[in-house]
Write a protein that binds this ligand. Structure first.
Ligand code: APR
Length: 229
C-alpha cells in the first residue's frame, strides 16, 4: 500500500478568509511575532498573548473550509487503497470541519489550552484569562496549546517515521520558512518519495520539490488528488 504524506500550511486556509503569516497584509503585519508567538513573549506578558489568541479564536472558529480542504478529506475517504498521513501547521480546525478524521496538528490547536504546571490539555470554550485555574490541578498558569517559536513541535517521532516511509510527499500553502516543517520535504526526498508543492508562489525550500504547481490550492489540488495513482 502506498503512503502519502500531506503537509499543509496557512495558504490552504487563505481562501477561507484566514490571513497567512508572511504574505503582505499577513497576520504578522499587525503584531510582533516575538510578542505573541514566542515563549519569551509569553513569559514577559501572558496577558497580551491570551488577548491575541482570544481575538483570533472566534475568527478561526467562524471560518469554513474551502475546496482544497474538501479535496483532502474526499481523497482520504475514497482511497482506502492508500495510507494518507495529514499533518498541518495550522491551528485552525478547517481540515476537521471538511471531514478529515485524523489530523496531526504539529503546531497545536486554537481550541485547546495546556497547563504549564501539570501538562493537562483541555478544550477551551470562549476567551481564556491567563489567571484562570487549570481544571485539573488548579494552577494559574495556562498557555494556549499552540507551539511558539522556541518550542518543539508536537508528534515529531510519529512524523519522522511517516516521512521515512512515504512514497509521495505533498506540501500545500506553506512558505518553507519555518523549521522543522520546512525540512520535511528534504527528509521525504532523501528516503525516495516523489515530492510536490502546491503554493501560490515559490517557497523558500523549492529546491527539494520534484514538481511545483503554482496557483490557488482550491484550484490545483482537487484534480491532482483525484488522479493520483
Ligand atoms: N493556495 C496556495 N498557497 C497559498 C494560497 C492559496 N490560495 N494563498 C497563499 N498561499 C501561500 C503563500 O504564497 C505562502 O507561501 O501560502 C504560503 C503561506 O506561508 P506562511 O504565511 O509563511 O505560512 P506557513 O508556511 O504555514 O507558516 C509556518 O510559521 O508563523 C509560523 O507557526 C506559524 O504555522 C506557522 C508557520
Amino acid at each position: 500500500m502506498k503512503n502519502i504524506f500531506i503537509l499543509t500550511g496557512a495558504g490552504i486556509s487563505a481562501e477561507s478568509g484566514l490571513k497567512t503569516f508572511r504574505d503582505s497584509d499577513g497576520l504578522w503585519e499587525n503584531y510582533r511575532v516575538e510578542d505573541v508567538a514566542s515563549i519569551e513573549g509569553f513569559e514577559k506578558n501572558p496577558k497580551l498573548v491570551h488577548e491575541f489568541y482570544n481575538m483570533l479564536r472566534p475568527m478561526l472558529e467562524k471560518a469554513e473550509p474551502n475546496a482544497a480542504h474538501f479535496a483532502i478529506s474526499d481523497f482520504e475517504r475514497h482511497r482506502p487503497d492508500l495510507n494518507v498521513f495529514l499533518v498541518t501547521q495550522n491551528v485552525d480546525l478547517l481540515h476537521e470541519k471538511a471531514g478529515s478524521k485524523n489530523v496531526w496538528h504539529m503546531h497545536g490547536r486554537i481550541d485547546e489550552c495546556v497547563c504549564l504546571k501539570c501538562s493537562h490539555i483541555f478544550k477551551t470554550l470562549g476567551d481564556v484569562d491567563f489567571q484562570m485555574p487549570c481544571p485539573k490541578c488548579g494552577a494559574k498558569n495556562l498557555k494556549p496549546n499552540i507551539i511558539f517559536f522556541g518550542e518543539m513541535p508536537m508528534f515529531m517521532e510519529k512524523i519522522n517515521q511517516q516521512l521515512a516511509g512515504c512514497d509521495v510527499f505533498v506540501a500545500v500553502g506553506t512558505s518553507g520558512v519555518v523549521y522543522p516543517a520546512a525540512g520535511f520535504v528534504q527528509v521525504a526526498k532523501y528516503y525516495g518519495a516523489k515530492t510536490y508543492l502546491f503554493n501560490l508562489e515559490s517557497a523558500r525550500n523549492n529546491f527539494y520539490f520534484d514538481h511545483q504547481i503554482t496557483g490557488k490550492a482550491s484550484e490545483t489540488l482537487p484534480d491532482f488528488l483525484k488522479n493520483l495513482s
